[in-house]
Design a protein around this ligand. Structure first.
Ligand SMILES: Cc1ncc(COP(=O)(O)O)c(C=O)c1O
Length: 379
């Protein structure tokens, strides 16, 4: 494994320009409250946190500097229009094609309120997936139609199965691409085939939380540019960019679609000044993304190699992602709990239809080695 945190911090010097925020003169010696903040977030000292797909490299240093510089202006609300313009420019779209979320989760939870809000509607989704949208649609009363992945060489989306499930009551067709946790990927041609097959009233949601790991692939945003108006793409700064706690996500879609969603949440009160400032400081800086991608490659090859030595099966797609799905069989829950007692946290993904798997959000070299060291003693 080649990327360690120290190395990463050394190589990613603060290069991006930090936005200017006029600061008030606050005497920092009076701001003692900061010392009392417990950043362990409830974990015991030394915890190896590989359960939430957080970026173990940390945030880009430029983002930290920019976020800090914004804190003195925290008494002000931030207009979402700023992020809409910033991301619109980034993607070559008008700003009214962007919706801002307090993390992409807010958009993915708000969409069912507009498109699948009761039992008259159904939602189509793959089963073995990060399922916030179907889950919340289900809470609202919508019917859920989960379609299992095909288990060929890799897990593959059952596109025909999912399209066959569409009927006159379908409100949302949901995919995570690349998929968390199986790593399955839909190509642009496959996305287009789905978009071509769906009735215009069905909202085709493409959750692209891990899109930065497939930088050369055409995405759902290209579908929008090609004129498909019933597509909503969600993106986040939580993963490859390493800014999960700043809660910055956005969606790209047709303005009429976004207006319907924004009636229920997002946009108006979903942006904070530290997050907005951090994004300005990082968008132009590719260093962190390159390191995140390198880490994903390292993680992917290390886990495959170590799992093979133990005779275990890794589920992965064709592109290295920063998480791994590992089959542990009937004792999966017990093994996950034993690891937890040893202060190593991974996710048992039974609720996503994978009772015999854990998803490991790959860590830094020492964390990954600790995982296998302990796992070996539990098999
Ligand atoms: C596929 C997927 N979408 C969205 C999210 C949530 O992202 P955010 O932090 O932007 O709410 C996650 C987080 O694990 C995820 O895996």
């Amino acid at each position: 494994m080649s990327v360690s945190r120290r190395q990463f911090l050394k190589t990613s010097a603060v290069t991006a320009s930090v936005p200017l925020v006029t600061t008030l003169s606050i005497d920092s010696s009076e701001a003692r409250i900061g010392d009392a903040v417990d950043l362990s977030l409830g974990y015991k000292p030394g915890a190896i946190r590989m359960n939430l797909n957080e970026n173990p490299l940390g945030p880009p240093p430029a983002a930290v500097a920019a976020a800090q510089s914004a804190i003195p202006a925290t008494n002000r609300y931030v207009s979402p229009a700023l992020l809409k313009s910033l991301m619109g420019e980034f993607h070559g779209m008008e700003k009214d094609w962007i919706i801002v979320g307090n993390g992409s989760t807010e958009i993915l939870k708000s969409a069912p309120l507009a498109f699948a809000r009761d039992s008259s509607k159904n939602v189509i989704s793959a089963r073995e997936t990060w399922n916030v949208t179907p889950k919340y649609a289900g809470i609202l009363g919508a019917k859920l139609k989960y379609v299992n992945f095909l288990r060929k060489q890799h897990y593959e989306f059952d596109i025909d199965g999912m399209l066959n499930a569409v009927d006159a009551s379908t409100g949302i067709f949901f995919v995570v691409n690349p998929n968390n946790p199986t790593g399955a990927i839909l190509s642009y041609e496959e996305l287009k085939r789905i978009a071509d097959s769906l009735p215009k009233e069905v909202l085709f949601i493409i959750d692209e939380a891990y899109a930065q790991y497939t930088p050369d692939a055409r995405s759902g945003i290209d579908l929008l540019k090609a004129g498909y108006e019933n597509v909503l793409v969600t993106r986040t700064f939580s993963k490859a960019w390493g800014l999960a706690a700043l809660r910055c996500g956005y969606g790209v879609g047709h303005p009429d679609v976004l207006k319907k969603i924004a009636m229920h949440g997002c946009d108006a009160a979903s942006l904070n000044i530290a997050g907005y400032s951090a994004l300005q400081g990082t968008l132009s800086d590719q260093t962190h993304l390159d390191s995140s991608r390198q880490l994903a490659r390292d993680i992917s090859s290390f886990y495959k190699q170590e799992a093979k030595k133990l005779g275990l099966q890794v589920v992965a797609g064709s592109v290295p992602l920063p998480f791994i799905l590992l089959e542990l069989g009937k004792r999966t829950k017990e093994i996950q709990q034993e690891l937890e007692k040893r202060n190593i946290f991974v996710r048992h993904v039974a609720s996503w239809g994978l009772p015999e798997h854990v998803r490991i959000s790959g860590g830094l070299e020492e964390d990954n080695r600790a995982f296998f060291r302990e796992l070996k003693t539990l098999l």
